[in-house]
Design a protein around this ligand. Structure first.
Ligand code: HEM
Length: 208
């Protein structure tokens, strides 16, 4: 069984994912400068974020199942390292490659995208709460824009990498290859197309 494991393939995947995003929606150099400007604010949240993040994930029945009982200290270290990188940068290709790699790690550990996206919602909300309490409104808006582009850029990488590696895993496990899986999806599109009117009716969306 083979999965997408080479660094080269993950780099290509990172490039192809970012390319799909219109440039104005991607994290920019200016956004990086904005985030670095509020480094002290980000740093001051580190301990409370890490504790809150895992309290939340260990309390919820679905996310708790991802972890082993004795894993929390190690997971906290990983999140602290990630947060350090968010505080200090750099947000270079190496960082975005890391986020693409996380998509693969998450497939391996069964961390699906709703879990990842909602966990980011938790983090960004805490940052913005603190920003609203300590910065003038125009600074809050500036930071908010940077945080939104940061979140959508890294979650596009993690989630699309998750999907690609998930498909790759199916291809490997069934002895097919990625191209064949893509072809099967293309063929399936016609069947799906035929189902759309019925589904719209079922969901009372027929007027759209
Ligand atoms: C903001 C959302 C998230 C981010 C940015 C994130 C980031 C990361 C990073 C950086 C790694 C380490 C990859 C490496 O080895 O270098 C990782 C691994 C991992 N994450 Fe996430 N993660 C997120 C959400 C979650 C959630 C919601 C869960 C569980 C419900 C989770 C569970 C894990 C697990 C179990 C590992 C693998 C650890 C291992 O086996 O080495 N993550 N994640």
């Amino acid at each position: 069984m083979s999965i997408m494991t080479t660094g080269e393939e993950l780099k290509n995947l990172r490039e192809s994912i970012l390319e799909q995003m219109p440039p104005e929606t991607r994290f920019t150099e200016q956004d990086a400068r904005t985030m670095q400007q509020y480094r002290m604010l980000f740093l001051s949240l580190a301990d409370q974020l890490v504790t809150g993040f895992y309290d939340m994930l260990y309390q919820h029945h679905q996310t708790r199942q991802i972890f082993t009982e004795d894993e929390r200290p190690q997971r906290e270290i990983t999140l602290k390292q990630w947060w350090q990188r968010v505080c200090y940068g750099p947000f270079d290709d190496h960082f975005w490659d890391w986020m693409t790699f996380v998509g693969l790690v998450h497939v391996v550990r069964g961390v699906n995208n709703p879990m990842m996206i909602s966990a980011w919602g938790f983090v960004s909300e805490k940052v913005m709460e603190k920003a609203r309490a300590s910065l003038p409104p125009e600074r809050v808006y500036e930071l908010q824009g940077a945080m939104i582009r940061f979140g959508q850029t890294f979650s596009a990488l993690i989630s699309e990498s998750y999907l690609k590696n998930y498909l790759e895993m199916i291809a490997g496990a069934t002895g097919t290859d990625e191209k064949l899986v893509e072809l099967l999806v293309k063929m399936g599109r016609q069947d799906f197309k035929g189902q759309i009117p019925g589904l719209k009716k079922d969901l009372d969306l027929a007027h759209h």
